[in-house]
Each structure stands twice: as C-alpha cells, then as structure tokens.
Design a protein. Sequence first.
Length: 587
Amino acid sequence: MNDYKDENEKNDIHHGLQFQDDGQEKKDSDLLGLVHQKEEEDYVKTMSDKYALPYIDLKGVAPEPDALKQIKESDARKGELAAFKQIGNKLYIAMFNPENPFTNELLKNLESHGHILIKFVASHASLKHVWGRYIDIIEVVESQAGMLDLNSEVLKELLSHIQTLDDLRNTLITVANESKNFRISRIIELVIAGALHFKVSDVHIEPEKEKVRFRYRIDGELTDICFVDFPTMKLINSRFKLLSGIKLSITQNAQDGRFSISDNGIEIEVRVSVIPGNYGESYVMRLLDPRNIMANIESLGMSANLYELVQKSIDKPNGIILTTGPTGSGKTTTLYAFVNKLYSPEIKIITIEDPVEYHLPGITQTQVEEDKGYTFLAGLRAAMRQDPDIIMVGEIRDQDTAKVAINAALTGHLVFSTLHTNNAAGTIPRLLELGANPGILASALSLSLAQRLVRKLCPYCKQEIEATDKQTKQITNVLGTMIANHKEGELGQIAPANQYKMFKANEAGCPKCNGGYKGRMGIFEAIVMDNDIADLLSSGLILNERKIKELSIKQGIPTMREDGIIKILKGETSYEEVASVVDLYEE
C-alpha cells in the first residue's frame, strides 16, 4: 500500500516539513523492482488478449469513493480486483485473474445488485494503487461524511504544547516523522486545529514548482506555516476532496465544497474553493468559527460618540442602516453585531445572506441561491411576507433590491444592509444611481457607516517610537482640521504638537501575539440623515460626495482618516496599518 513513498528528504529553508522513508532500499533493489514491475505489466497485457478484456494501467487514475465502496477492501484484496469508477449503474472493475473463483463470486454478487460491469485486467501494482485509497474511505466517508472531529486525546495532547506558530511548525515536523500510517490524518488535523487555535480566517494551500506551500491568514495577513512535497500533497488532496464533497476525478476545473469541524461540541463550517494552477490544484479553505465573530457593538472599535449615534439609529422602529466598504472590511460582522444587540424573543428577525456565514440562535437566516432563482430581491420580498420586525439583507446590488429595501423601511421595518462605496458620503449618490427616489430616500435612510479593518498592536510587546517629520506634519494637519470643524471633543487629551509619540509592532512578536499584532479593530466614519441633507435631497439638485461631506461636517463625526490618526496616537494600532487602508493625505 506504499505507492506514495516520499522520494527525498528535504530541509526547506522556510520551516518545510521533512517526511522520511521507512528504510530506503538500495539502488540495485529499486532497479530490480522496476524490472519485475515491467515484466508483470507485459504479462498482464498478454493475458488481456487471452481473456478478451482491455488492459488498463490504474496508477494515473483517481479512484472514485462511490465505486470503492461497492467492494469491501478485504474482499478486493482477496479477489485481486478493484472498482474504480461508477456512472449510474455501470461499475468499472479491474482484476488480475478473471478465472479466480473468488473474483467470479464477487462479480456475480455485484451483478445481482443491479450493476452493469465494465471489466478490465490490471497488474498488482495498479490494483495496489486503488486499494491504497480505502484508507480515505475508512477515515473520512464512513466515520461521518463532511465532518472532521478534533476531539481526539492525541490531538489535544499535541495542541497543549503549541503556543506560537513556530511550535506548530515543529509539531508538524514531529508528527510527520512518527507514523507512516496515520501521518496524513494527523497533518490535516494539526493544520485545521492550529487554524482554530490561532483564530485563522483562511487556510491557503498553493502548489509551486518544487513544493506545496501552506499559509494561514491571521488578522488579515498571510503567513507561511509549512511546505510539503508533492507525493504527500497528493494524499492530502484526496482527503480534503472527500471531506468537502468535491469530485476526485476533476482536476482541470474550479470546484467548491464544504465540510464541518466538531471542536468540543462547537460546529465550525469550512468553505472550500479549489482552482487548477500551473503546478496543481490550489485550495483556499475559509473557516467560519462562531466563536471568532464580534458579538457586540462595543468590541468593534467605535468611539464613544459614534457608538451613541449608532445606538440611537438601531433603536428606531424603522429605517435603513447601511455599512459600506470594500470586500473584507468587516461590514457583515458589524451587521451581525447590530442583530445580536437587538435580538429578543419578542421580535422577528430575518436575514438574507450570501452565504450565511455564522448561525445566530433565534434568528431566521436564509441563503441566496441565484441558480435556483432565490436572489436578494426574491428573499427580501419573501421576508416581507413573514411579518418581520428587522430584516438584514447581505448586500444591495441592484435597483429592484434597493427599492424594496427602501419601501420596507417606510412601512415600519428596520433594515440593515451593505453597499459597495468607498466612504459614507458615497452611499446617497450610489442609491440615487440605483433609482431611489430622493424624497423617499430622505425619509428612509437613517445612517450610513463606512469602515476599514486594521490590526491591533500587541499591548505586551509594542514598541514606542517618534513620528517622522513627514508623519508629524500630516498628523498636525489632521488634528488642526478636526479642531477647526469643532470635533475637539473626540480628541480627549490629544492636541497638536511639534512631536508625537507613536507605537510600532515588534516584528519578533511575543507568546501572546503574531508578529507584534493581536486581533483587529475597525476604523469608522458615519453620516446621519439630518434635516440639511434631507432638504438637499428634496431640492432636486444634483448631489455628489463632496457636497454631502460638506453638509455632514457639523455633525461632528470624525472621518476615517481622523479616526485612524486618533487610534494611532492612542497606541491602539500603527501608522503603517492605518496608511494601508486609508488615504491619510486625502483632503
């Protein structure tokens, strides 16, 4: 069953895994084995004419799990045959000796169950290749399809010694060299368990020219975890496909799948995306751990004044509250925080999402399936017939959805949704582009919130630095603008100065963080629908972002640029983090 022996021991300069063979044979023995194998293949080809059956080499074939399950492994080995493909009731069978009595007994049994057999002859080496895949069926399919259980005592013991990513890398190397039989399972379990331990949002598996790279996305940043060789990845690939319900035989097209992880009674869903690449299939697995979602508004990173404005808006019985920003800016998390804040058994909350990322107790959640006609628009219209108090729409994408959402807000519903704009001021022009009536929009829209995500500095190892001359000038300009616009109430003890103390991440990190950062927080700005903006909307004049920004200044809410500078000076994040998501030089 050892057709996937690792060919070389490699020490990778980036914490690569090294998988050792159990006693490497001498070169002359290898050559002798190759000669015997070729002789057997030639023999089987000759016998194929005798039996009037086609010859097949299965070493390049990925056996299908449904076909494998038609014959028990013990029977397949005893009868020297293997089922490797199934199409409807047609079952493709390869065998070494069609005259073997036990082989014929198995074939008759399959036919009695309605299978039409497509027969081939194959060598023992080919059959062993197929038999080697039974371990995938045993450990994944039969235990529980689509479920990976991380509750084993062995795994708990391994994880108890892991505090840092380097610990995980070293543990992976140790496990890889312990047991040949179970190393693939342990590698997969450790990669997934490590992802949960370090609160990873995505696991990336990327084949390169000579090896396969594994990376975690932690707090929005990708970091290398390990490298594996291609024979090992071939086994890991099969296991992940079986877990995810993805077809093993398809390698040249993109596929999507999913599986769940059971971790101490908590079920975590994993969304799997596979695409073909130059050197093999590339995986991205997104982990949706309900324990990682920010469950309350207070933890999002809003200032005290903005939090108060948001609280007033979500306490209203009707209206639309929109969060805006690019993909990955935390918009959906903010909406979940609103929903969690308002939930009580006395009210009905319905969500229409694409996809449902986290399951919230007591809330009716539905998932968009556009191929079946269940769009955001269809879901919103259906939700309106369910007598909801609050509706959360994952995204307003088109004119019809915008109109129905606005009408829902005008008929006594509180509506939460997202919109793709760069800032809070861009919300109104975008809705007008989607055909919203200006006068009606003025009555329906309560609050527009824009946000970005930045990593938080580790409080245990962050390092104090002085701002450069360029940074000092920019910070002073921002603080001066805030004071001129009567936003000094947001500054607290912060004031313009000739020099500013800031903090940067300790790249070496510490046991409590990942390279000097731990967790993420939001940078926000908001615009409230007040009388001035409503009057402008009703006037029929052409609106643009600049005009709306000018009118919103007196609301006293910091812009994202201003909010970012305040968080830098408070030591909550670094200048580099804020500059990576916000234009600090925007006027």
